[in-house]
Design a protein around this ligand. Structure first.
Ligand SMILES: [Ca+2]
Ligand SMILES: [Ca+2]
Ligand SMILES: [Ca+2]
Ligand SMILES: [Ca+2]
Length: 494
């Protein structure tokens, strides 16, 4: 408060006209007055020339409180959830004695400085956006009913959660792979507590969101699969990941191949059947039957398409190995052989033999050190109209005390100068043994050859004797290598 710009305590001469200037409001004014009486006569003011009154304002006190002021430096604060939001501002109060209290509608505010030029600092640890976005009010209260507020906007952005996208590839076609989303993280503790949702794309589009953080995808073919996964928080914040998985082709596997068990007369159809598997259920296949006589039958199959059947007519007697190859559309192949298709010619004649060979070491499995002379004698022929040949076979390896005698025949094939036949018999008058005898007739000037292989039918076909031991099964039908040392083998043409 001022008197015309002068200090509040002011002396106003009685002879002057004086005015008071102050802020609008109510004031308590304490004044002092001095009566000037030059004549000294006393009496009333003005009854003597020269009287005047001096009035002095001693104190003028406003009875109206000044309200505090408060303002924010920044009227828009934006943070990501999980971060601490900050703002600053100013405050003041003209009433130097007032103790101004600052409060915040959310978070905490700290008052700095004094009533002339105070500042403040505000902070708030956010835990969830956008929920915690709001108008923040800072209130200054001087304790004398002087209350002033200022507001600023707080924006809390939601942050998308993250995770580690995993899979168990690469793998084979037909197998399932699993997509997973582990180690989920969200800077919002509230979002984390609420839990996340996941969606997966096995390569053909997304499925629905659910709480399951893994997903199993079947495969039907090889290739590179582009997979994706998403994690989502309660506020719709989404992170997406992708990966590629290599799916390998699996070659088809032939599980069974069947054909004629007994001998087949030449020029009659032979039917073979096979089953195969391929876990690539989208694969298509081709099959090739290789009949063992230089001819092949190829066929295109549809998707998978097991079983597969092939048919063939042999025009020559022989012992044939049939090979089936199944190939998928990704160049994976499975191969299986069938041994043997025995094709006979009932009109081809018969075979007789008699003599001995030098049995080599290793031929007799019970004692591989044994070697020496082994004698044989046989006859084998088809009787007219019969499918099964008849005859007799004797084989004696003295060093091993091995006396084999046939009891029945299964088939006989005479092909050119070679005769092969198969049957069963006994050793030293007992047991159940299979045998196969192969002999070539060298004619008048050439050498004859002989091989006999004997196995135990009651003991998983364990080989008992083979004078061409070490030859693989595939060469069972090859010409013998053991020369007949004495005697003769004769193929009797019809
Ligand atoms: Ca959130
Ligand atoms: Ca979030
Ligand atoms: Ca495939
Ligand atoms: Ca395949």
């Amino acid at each position: 408060m001022t008197w015309n710009g002068a200090p509040a305590a002011y002396e106003v001469p009685a002879t002057a006209s004086a005015s008071l200037t102050a802020e609008p409001g109510d004031y308590v004014i304490r004044i002092a007055a001095t009566f000037n009486n030059p004549s000294g006569s006393g009496g009333k003011l003005g009854d003597t020339t020269g009287d005047y009154l001096t009035i002095r304002v001693i104190e003028a006190t406003s009875v109206t409180n000044s309200i505090p002021s408060v303002a924010a430096d920044c009227n828009s604060v934006i943070v990501d959830e999980g971060q601490t939001a900050f703002n600053t501002g100013t405050w003041s109060d003209q009433d130097s004695d007032d103790n101004v209290i600052l409060t915040a509608s959310v978070g905490s505010v700290t008052k700095l400085g004094d009533n002339n030029d105070g500042t403040w600092s505000w902070s708030y640890d956010t835990t969830d956006g956008p929920t915690q976005g709001q108008a923040v009010t800072i209130t200054a209260n001087d304790g004398n009913e002087g209350v002033t507020t200022t507001s600023f906007s707080l924006t809390v952005n939601n942050v998308a959660p993250t995770a580690t996208f995993g899979n168990n590839g690469p793998l084979n076609e037909g197998s399932s792979f699993t997509l997973s989303m582990i180690n989920p993280y969200d800077p919002s503790s509230v979002d984390t507590t609420a839990g996340f949702e996941y969606a997966f794309d096995c390569g053909a589009g997304y499925g629905n969101f659910s709480a399951g953080n893994s997903f199993t995808c079947p495969t039907a073919d090889n290739g590179i699969v582009n997979v994706k996964g998403k994690i989502r928080d309660k506020d719709g914040g989404v992170s997406e990941y992708n990966a590629t998985i290599a799916i390998y082709n699996v070659a088809p596997a032939i599980t069974l191949i069947t054909g004629p068990i007994g001998p087949v007369e030449m020029n009659t159809p032979v039917t073979m059947n096979a089953t195969f598997t391929d876990p690539g259920t989208d694969d298509t296949h081709s099959a090739v039957w290789s009949w063992g006589d230089g001819t092949e039958t190829s066929m295109l199959l549809g998707t998978v398409a097991s079983p597969v059947t092939g048919s063939h007519i042999y025009s020559a007697a022989g012992i044939y190995t049939v090979t089936l190859t199944v190939t998928d559309d990704d160049n994976g192949s499975g191969v299986e052989i069938y041994q043997y298709v025995v094709v006979y010619d009932p009109s081809a004649g018969f075979v007789t033999g008699g003599g001995w060979i030098m049995s080599p070491a290793g031929a007799y499995s019970a004692d591989e050190s044994l070697a020496g002379k082994a004698s044989f004698g046989f006859v084998s022929k088809y009787q007219k109209g019969a499918k099964v040949p008849t005859g007799q076979t004797e084989f004696q390896f003295k060093a091993g005390d091995l006396n084999f005698q046939s009891s029945s025949y299964e088939w006989l094939v005479i092909s050119g100068s070679k005769a092969t036949y198969k049957g069963i018999g006994t050793i030293n008058g007992a047991g159940d043994y299979g045998f196969m005898l192969t002999a070539t007739d060298g004619g008048n000037k050439g050498v004859d050859t002989f091989r006999i292989k004997i196995w135990d039918r009651s003991n998983n076909d364990a080989v008992i004797y083979d004078n061409q031991v070490g030859s693989s099964d595939k060469s069972d039908s090859a010409n013998p290598t053991t020369i007949v040392s004495g005697g003769n083998i004769v193929i009797h043409s019809k």
